[in-house]
Ligand binder design. Structure first.
Ligand SMILES: Cc1cc2nc3c(=O)[nH]c(=O)nc-3n(C[C@H](O)[C@H](O)[C@H](O)COP(=O)(O)O)c2cc1C
Length: 186
């Protein structure tokens, strides 16, 4: 069975994270979830009842658990996504700090040449944010801000979120039907 690592960090955009979990669990994928302390704060503010979606994960870890399987390159998995990715976690990953489980797992994913998708959420972006995105991209990460297209004529926030989540799963190489695909015309 495919294994996927997902980290949720303390940026705004928790509907993306919870929808992503639900869509991953529609696939034949084992989900390893790490939720940062700041993410739990933002989850409680943005998405009351979030625990139900987190509990869909097959395994959950705290950011302090540096002995978890994904802290080692010997852990075989198909990729990792950080959604949403705070500017703080982006900076830590771009600089290879590895000082909590999220940053360490991302560092290991890069060194093992596995897909790492970062979904950074901040606006506007300062020079530090942009430089960190470039550094992470240079190291092999896929930088994927949640910027939905409008060509599929979304009617609700749900449609926008599903579109972004579908593209994230595409970037991870996960075949999915989370959103309609462009068919070449309207
Ligand atoms: C309600 C709320 C919303 C936040 N939104 C963002 C955001 O959109 N982007 C961001 O980079 N940080 C945001 N932050 C700040 C991060 O939570 C903070 O930098 C934190 O240290 C990130 O830690 P982590 O990366 O370990 O989760 C927000 C904080 C709160 C409380």
């Amino acid at each position: 069975m495919l294994k996927l690592i997902m980290a949720i960090t303390g940026a705004s955009g928790m509907p993306y994270a919870l929808t992503l979990i639900r869509e991953i669990k529609k696939l034949d994928v084992e989900l390893y979830l790490i939720v940062s302390a700041a993410a739990r704060k933002v989850l409680s503010l943005e998405s009351p009842g979030f625990e139900e979606s987190l509990d869909l994960a097959d395994y959950q870890y705290f950011q302090e658990d540096l002995a978890a399987p994904m802290a080692s390159g010997s852990f075989q998995h198909s990729g990792m996504v950080v959604c949403p990715c705070s500017m703080a976690s982006l900076a830590a990953i771009a600089q290879g700090l590895g000082s909590n489980l999220i940053h360490r797992a991302a560092d290991v994913t890069l060194k093992e040449n596995r897909p790492l998708v970062l979904v950074p959420r901040e606006t506007p972006l300062n020079r530090i944010h942009l430089k960190n995105m470039l550094a992470a991209c240079d190291a092999g990460a896929i930088i994927m801000p949640p910027c939905p297209g409008f060509y599929h004529r979304p009617r609700e926030i749900h449609d926008l979120v599903q579109h972004t989540v579908s593209r994230i799963l595409d970037a991870l190489g996960m075949d999915n039907q989370a959103a309609p695909r462009w068919g070449g015309g309207v």
